[in-house]
Design a protein around this ligand. Structure first.
Ligand code: ADP
Length: 677
């Protein structure tokens, strides 16, 4: 411990002797005496006393004490004794004690020691305050660094303030950031800041190997590298007196090194500096990781956007609140959307009824709904809307205008051909039926005539079905009216009953009398049930059972035709609603055109409903028809929509849509983009 420095201002007199005399507890004192206040002022700086003894009789003594009062010094008055009120006044001036007996060694030492104790206590408190202030300042800078980090994603904005903060708090002369490259073997100098005015003569190297450099060691060990005061040569060739490197780690992975050095100053770095730099290093690592992630994201986003823009089909993406979040050029052009449409609600910027209807159908995440959409430029698109979890709705529109046109030409052709073939056929049929009347036929001839008649019946049935389908598909208007499904079902059953009885099949009916009214074409709906029933009779062996069930379910009429027949193999099941598709079974002689179910599907869809089948080979089949119960006409649909796609209320409720047991939902039968197959 250094000696206690005691400055005596005034006449020392007996004091010197007293301090020299042996005492009970000696005090190591370095004494200095000045005769007047001005000299005392100078000695404050040169001598740096711990305790000052001032003769109160000196001129300016009071002013001097007033001035030194803020300093952490012990202040003692000397001189002749003073009356009590005077002593109190001096004490209030900040004087700590009054030396009454300067010639008494124990008294002198004790007075000085007491003043010294107070001084030390005051110095300790001042030190604490200073430390607290420093920490507070550090915290506020760290807070600012944190703020920058939160506000910015650019390394060039985040890292410089961090290096500045590192230099500032550690008192270093230089600071730098080294970033690890992709290989993890090389460190590149990203940033270097120096407080030393002269610039570097030779530019230091900007890359270092992790394997054999000092900053590399911080990466390899994952620990700070601290070299104390002394001369050290850095890997960059620069001489420094102290250095501190900390690894910048995020999630246990080193991303680089933050370092500070003293080039000229003898001061070293403390544990507190290590702690602070590690904290800054961790901050910096988070910032780097964030910035890189953001950069990678931006790059990916850029690529995706380029791909999206390059796609010829219109594509648009909305969030789940239906605000537009992505849009490609094709979508912009076809839907006539301005660039400002981005971020706005889709329905506010696109006035397209069919597109709105598609969004009304809102599928569950991972599911897709499709609808044909006709735009004002007379183009028809097959739009599919998929709900993508975490993103929103993605709509891709495929141009099917040429398919629609082909379809129209095909239907027209079919209708002309069927019509033109039917007339001569009727003539042939007439003449064939007349043959037995114009002369007796021998048994061989009779057999041939019957064969011709059977073949003619099939051709006529085929032509009728073709014409029927072509009418349905070309949007031929249905005769819609309020109708009773109970009545329609009973009429169909009435027609089919003789055929079932002929095959000894039981017809079981589970049709409640109070089924809801439908808005539909009763003749077409009867055709639906007739086709299903006639198939059930056709494909069920004699003695089998056919059940017709009808019920109301979630605003829909559900009719099921089940049989105990031959069943449909799983491989055929997805195709049975396609035109001309017939299941090939060994030894089967059942006649048919393969158009019955296509007609069923077409009619059901024209009514906004769905039809599907479930079946098990050898056990039987169940065909389910789901029709929306609408007692009145739906609000005026566009003529095109009425002809083509199922409007939104045509769909069964979502839960049902997704829990349908098989993939044979009517919508799946035709290949994509060609609703008529
Ligand atoms: P088809 O005129 O051949 O009966 P459909 O379009 O009515 O044509 O039926 C398509 C195919 O579906 C048929 O070839 C038949 O094999 C099969 N099918 C239809 N209904 C049933 C059923 N109830 N039981 C078994 N198979 C059936």
């Amino acid at each position: 411990m250094r000696e206690t420095r005691v400055l005596v201002v005034g006449e020392m007199g007996a004091l010197r002797e007293a301090l020299r005399a042996p005492v009970r507890e000696p005090l190591r004192v370095e004494l200095r005496e000045v005769p007047s206040v001005p000299e005392a002022e100078a000695a404050l700086e040169t001598f740096q006393p711990d305790v000052v003894l001032v003769d109160w009789r000196l001129p300016e003594a009071e002013a001097f004490l007033e001035r030194v009062r803020p300093r952490p010094l012990g202040l003692i008055l000397i001189g002749p004794p003073l009356p009590a009120p005077e002593i109190v006044r001096w004490l209030r001036q900040g004087v700590h004690d009054f030396l009454l007996a300067p010639d008494h060694p124990d008294e002198v030492v004790e007075t000085i020691r007491q003043a010294l104790d107070r001084v030390q206590e005051r110095r300790r408190i001042l030190g604490l305050v200073e430390r607290l202030q420093r920490q507070l300042q550090q915290l506020s800078v760290l807070y600012e660094v944190g703020q920058t980090l939160a506000a910015s994603l650019r390394l060039e904005e985040i890292l410089p303030p961090m290096v500045e903060a590192a230099i500032h708090f550690t008192g270093a002369e230089e600071g730098s950031v080294w970033l690890l490259d992709k290989s993890g073997e090389v460190l590149r100098l990203y940033l270097h800041r120096s407080r030393i005015p002269e610039p570097e003569v030779a530019a230091p190297p900007t890359t270092l190997r992790v394997a054999d450099s000092l900053p590399g060691r911080a990466i390899r060990t994952g620990r700070p590298i601290l070299l104390g005061p002394g001369l050290h040569k850095l890997d960059t060739g620069v001489l420094v007196r102290a250095l501190l490197y900390v690894p910048m780690q995020a999630h246990g992975r080193a991303l680089g090194v933050l370092g500070v050095v003293h080039r000229l100053s003898e001061a070293g770095f403390s544990e507190a500096d290590v702690h602070l730099l590690r904290m800054l290093g961790d901050y910096a690592a988070v910032a780097i990781e964030k910035a890189r992630l953001f950069e990678a994201m931006q790059t990916e986003k850029g690529k995706l956007e380029a791909i999206l823009q390059g796609i010829e089909e219109p594509v648009l993406v909305t969030d789940f609140a239906e605000n537009l979040i992505l849009l490609n050029r094709a979508a912009q052009q076809h839907l006539g959307l301005p660039a400002e449409a981005m971020g706005r609600p889709l329905r506010a910027v696109v006035a397209h009824e069919e597109l709105h209807a598609l969004f009304d159908r809102k599928p569950l995440p991972g599911h897709t709904v499709r609808q044909e959409i006709t735009l004002s430029d007379r183009l028809t698109f097959q739009a599919s809307l998929t709900a993508v979890a975490g993103v929103g709705y993605v709509v891709v529109m495929q141009d099917i205008t040429y398919l629609k046109e082909l379809d129209r030409i095909k239907s027209e052709f079919l209708s002309i051909v069927s019509h033109d073939v039917r007339t001569p056929l009727t003539t042939i049929r007439g003449y064939v039926s007349l043959l037995p009347r114009v002369g007796p036929l021998n048994p061989r001839q009779q057999e041939f005539v019957e064969k011709v008649e059977r073949a003619m019946r099939t051709i006529v049935e085929l032509l009728n079905n073709l014409l029927d389908l072509s009418r349905l598909e070309s949007g031929h208007a249905l005769s819609m009216e309020r109708c009773s499904p109970t009545q329609i079902l009973h009429e169909a059953i009435q027609i089919i009953r003789p055929q079932a009885e002929e095959k000894g099949q039981a017809l079981v009916l589970e049709i409640p009398p109070d089924l809801p009214t439908l808005y539909g074409d009763p003749r077409r709906l009867e055709q639906v049930f007739l086709n299903l029933l006639s198939n059930a009779v056709k494909y069920t062996p004699p003695g089998g059972r056919i059940t017709v069930r009808a019920m109301e379910r979630d605003g829909h009429l559900m009719v099921q035709v089940s049989d105990t027949g031959v069943g449909i193999p799983p491989a055929d099941l997805p195709h049975i609603f396609s035109k001309f598709y017939r299941v090939r079974r060994e030894g089967e002689t059942t006649e048919g055109t393969g158009l019955g179910l296509a007609i069923v599907k077409s009619i059901v869809e024209r009514h906004g409903g769905r039809v599907w089948a479930e079946s098990e080979v050898g056990k039987g089949s169940t065909f389910t028809v789901l029709l929306p119960c609408r007692p009145e006409a739906p609000p005026a649909p566009s003529p095109r929509r009425a002809r083509e796609a199922s409007p939104q209320h045509a769909e069964p409720p979502h839960e049902q849509q997704h829990s349908q047991p098989d993939p044979i939902a009517a919508g799946q039968a035709p290949p994509e983009g060609n609703p008529t197959g």
